[in-house]
Ligand binder design. Structure first.
Ligand code: GTP
Ligand code: MG
Length: 471
């Protein structure tokens, strides 16, 4: 199949210092040169003054200064810097040209249009990275890490993405595959030459190897994903409590902006409100919900139902109470339904005069972390942020571990695990080796999906659709 030459504006939309247009494909250098007119004396032995004759041959990875023109009218569009990266030493492993112009949307589009007139096609989202993958320059885990870096919400998330982009996850998976392949080869040899291998001892040994060298490692990777994926997606924290206890005020203090409406009327928040912030390097997605109580009107009732949806998906609940009210039956009932969740009890309004403070922690809440704050006067908020980060780290014992599979990897790992366990049980029950071999092959394929060998095109479409255009 003939490979097209693609181009896109690689910098974000809007006005800025510089904008970059990226071109990749077999014709990228020819097409880019057809609209580039170098200026001045270039310290390049290949440089001739008659640029239009096509004799100017830029060296790979040298920066040239010149104009970009409309290839038909020779009208100058912008002065630019121009760099060529020849295959395979480029992002896509194809010939790549980058044109750095001024970053106005009009000028960037004009340059792109003049390239399109000369035959480039507009790149799809993620198409440059997809080509890097298809050309074998990076495996799929590294391609995905590119999106993680772009979307990273905290330095810890970048750290994780950097480990993945440098191929650490790829290495782990390759090593699991090679051990599995080793075991599979052994099983197949035993099928083909039944007299030579496959005795009782060998079978037991194989089952042990499967368990020790593969299954335990796959389980660890899956656990790590469960524990730490919040660094990618953000830790989901939901503020819950009765009406008027100060949930929205707390939301605003944590975000340090007036995001949620605060009034002294109970039932102010009816819909959920979501925003994000960083606590000690941990990205947090915070949701303020409608106060939950027994006699809601129709709108409140819908808000309360939504609040429960959020509670179900939450990593941590900030259960907020009003220090000026004794604990209510509503609180006790609500709390019972939250038991399976990680909770921090937030006792708000501690600025109230001492004689008005009447909240006491009920005995059944005492084993849970609690903190006293005043959302109104910004007291205890930093301590609460610290407690949130600490709770997040306690939930994930391996926070220092940099290799963290994403959800797609996790699904493939789970698929692999299922067949690995079946294979191991089959070995223990002395089932025919043909059956064991099928299970081993299924798990091998599942592991291969992670790094991208033989991955289906629709899965690739799905992965690369998350990219932006120009990456
Ligand atoms: N004294 C004092 N008042 C507070 C504090 N936090 C909130 N309030 C007041 O309590 C009232 C309710 O605050 P909100 O933040 O709207 O409470 P809410 O829990 O979101 O209320 P609903 O959305 O109606 O469920 C407002 O009058 C706030 O000014 C606090 O720390 N101290
Ligand atoms: Mg509110």
């Amino acid at each position: 199949m003939e490979v097209s030459t693609i181009a896109a504006i690689a910098t974000p939309p809007g006005h800025g210092g510089i904008g970059i247009i990226k071109i990749s494909g077999p014709e990228s250098i020819n097409i880019a040169l057809s609209v580039f007119r170098p200026i001045g004396s270039l310290n390049d032995p290949n440089h001739h003054s008659d640029h239009r004759s096509g004799s100017f041959s830029p060296q790979s990875r040298y920066l040239y200064y010149g104009n970009v023109v409309d290839g038909v009218s020779e009208h100058v569009l912008d002065e630019v810097l121009f760099v060529v990266m020849r295959a395979p030493g480029s992002y896509t492993a194809e010939d790549v040209v980058e044109i750095q112009s001024h970053a106005g949307p009009v000028v960037l589009k004009a340059i792109l249009r003049s390239l399109i007139k000369k035959g480039v096609q507009l790149a799809e989202p993620g198409e440059f990275t997809r080509r890097a993958f298809l050309n074998g320059r990076i495996d799929l885990t590294r391609a995905e890490a590119v999106v993680d870096i772009i979307n990273a919400r905290s330095e810890k998330a970048i750290d994780m993405a950097m480990a993945q982009i440098s191929g650490e996850l790829n290495l782990v998976i390759q090593s699991l595959r090679s051990t599995l392949l080793d075991i599979l080869t052994y099983v197949e040899a035993a099928i083909d030459f039944p007299g030579e291998v496959g005795g009782d001892i060998d079978i037991k040994l194989l089952a042990e190897r499967l368990e020790d060298e593969i299954i335990t490692k796959v389980v660890k990777l899956i656990d790590r994903c469960d524990d730490q994926n919040f660094l990618r997606e953000g830790l989901k924290i939901v503020i819950v409590g009765g009406p008027n206890v100060g949930k929205s005020s707390l939301m605003n203090r944590l975000l340090d902006k007036e995001r949620s409406i605060v009034t002294d009327i109970p039932g102010t928040t009816r819909d959920f409100i979501e925003d994000s912030f960083i606590a000690s390097g941990v990205p947090i997605v915070l949701t303020d919900t409608a106060g939950i109580h027994d006699n809601p009107d129709t709108v409140e009732q819908i808000g309360i139902e939504k609040a429960w949806d959020y509670i179900t998906g939450a990593d941590i609940i900030l259960y907020t109470v009003d220090a000026g009210n004794p604990v209510s039956k509503n609180d006790l009932d609500l709390f019972k339904n939250l038991r399976s969740k990680k909770i921090i009890i937030v006792i708000n309004k501690i600025d109230l005069p001492a004689e008005q403070i009447c909240f006491e922690l009920p005995a059944e809440w005492r084993h849970i972390d609690s903190i006293r704050i005043s959302a109104l006067y910004n007291q205890g908020i930093d301590e609460l942020k610290g407690l949130i980060a600490e709770t997040a780290c306690n939930t994930s014992p391996n926070l220092e571990e940099r290799i963290v599979p994403n959800l797609r990897h996790k699904l493939s790992l789970e698929k692999a695990l299922l067949s690995l366990i079946t294979a191991k049980e089959g070995l223990c029950q002395s089932l025919p080796l043909e059956l064991i071999s099928i299970d081993l092959k299924v798990s091998l394929d599942a592991l291969s999906e992670i790094t991208g060998e033989g991955v289906r095109p629709d899965i690739l479409d799905n992965i690369f659709s998350r990219f932006c255009i120009g990456k």
